[in-house]
Design a protein around this ligand. Structure first.
Ligand code: FES
Ligand SMILES: [Fe+2]
Length: 336
């Protein structure tokens, strides 16, 4: 999948003439065929991941500190070496098992806080590093034993606007479900205006994989983002799943064309009663060719919390959807 070639057509902000009450909008359930979503999910799951998992945001790991993550049952520690390069490996100290996420980093070396064993990122005393990748927005670790697929040199990072033309923000949330429930939620674009009426109106799914067998990859959606009152921003967007745990929305036409919203689902350790948990890491990389966007870039530190807050509001609902889906699957009651 790729962004629309050439310069996107400008669609300005629009004032909706009439506000259709929520209950009078067109129902989407007839079009949102469970089999369409299930097949899109199956295709996503059949794509290679190269055993890469997102563990956090690049911005959240400054030099001099360690980051801990538990992917499935694998405890991982991450930090930056003296050159700022991402290093990852098992989260337990090879000596007596101290949690390395709590250890300090001195000049790029992780120093265990129990007895002072030092790790520079290379193999040492039975500690073997994991391959790691920092794509500039997100941090990835490759766990071959857990993934069980043929490994790839790098993760499948979606096409994004150039960093210097964009403002990026990363939202992170956790749900009691499996990664496939998060991906399935994203592959159901029909719920947008019904389930998130505070953000979306006038949503029409204009293309599904079933419409064009030659392009079996994406869902195309025309939708308006609510700005304030009746003021909306109409856009055309495309959802696709480049790998089993990622769904990407590219804005292909309208304000912010070229922007992407990437949703990454990473399995975590189960909770106390044994229910699965999944981290949602959503990277919003917003681009615009409007002149005012240069100002927006300068204001990025202020914009980021706003972008995260709006993603957080959507994900409160979407995680409820994903958790519900898992509960129904777990109890054999899923209608799909
Ligand atoms: S547990 Fe880390 S040095 Fe002893
Ligand atoms: Fe949603």
């Amino acid at each position: 999948m790729s962004p629309v070639p050439g310069r996107p057509r400008r669609i300005p902000l629009r004032l909706r003439r009439t506000a259709v009450p929520w209950e009078r909008q067109a129902p989407t359930w007839r079009d949102a065929k469970p089999v369409l979503i299930a097949e899109a999910l199956k295709r996503a799951q059949s794509r290679p991941s190269g055993n890469w998992y997102v563990i956090g945001a690049s911005r959240d790991l400054p030099p001099g500190r360690a980051l801990g993550a538990t992917v499935g049952s694998t405890e991982v520690v991450a930090w930056r070496d003296g050159e700022g390069k991402l290093r990852t490996g098992p989260g337990a100290c090879p000596h007596l098992g101290a949690p390395l996420r709590d250890s300090p980093v001195h000049c790029g070396t992780l120093v265990c806080h129990w007895h002072g064993l030092s790790l520079d990122g290379g193999p040492f005393a039975g500690w073997e590093p994991y391959p790691a990748f920092d794509d500039g927005v997100l941090l990835w670790v490759r766990l071959d034993r857990m993934g069980g697929e043929p490994p790839s040199e790098r993760p499948y990072v979606p096409v994004r606007p150039r960093a210097r033309d964009a403002v990026e923000a990363v939202y992170r949330g956790i749900g009691r479900c499996e990664p496939e429930d998060v991906v399935a939620n994203r592959l159901d674009p029909w719920h947008g205006a019904w389930f998130h009426p505070y953000s979306f109106v006038d949503l029409t799914v204009t293309g599904t994989p079933a419409d064009d067998p030659a392009d079996d990859d994406g869902f195309t959606v025309e939708v308006s983002f609510k700005v304030a009152g009746r003021l909306v921003v109409p856009v055309r967007a495309r959802f696709s799943a480049p790998e089993p745990r990622t769904v990407v929305m590219h804005i292909i036409e309208g304000e912010g064309a070229g922007s992407v919203v990437e949703t990454h689902a990473t399995p975590l350790a189960p909770d106390g009663p044994g229910r699965p948990r999944t981290a949602v890491t959503e990277a919003l990389v917003a681009a615009s060719d409007r002149r005012g966007f240069a100002v927006a870039r300068a204001a990025a530190p202020l914009l980021r919390p706003l972008m995260r807050a709006s993603a957080g509001r959507l994900w409160r609902d979407d995680l409820a959807y994903a958790e519900r889906r898992w509960e129904l699957r777990d109890s054999g009651r899923f209608p799909g």
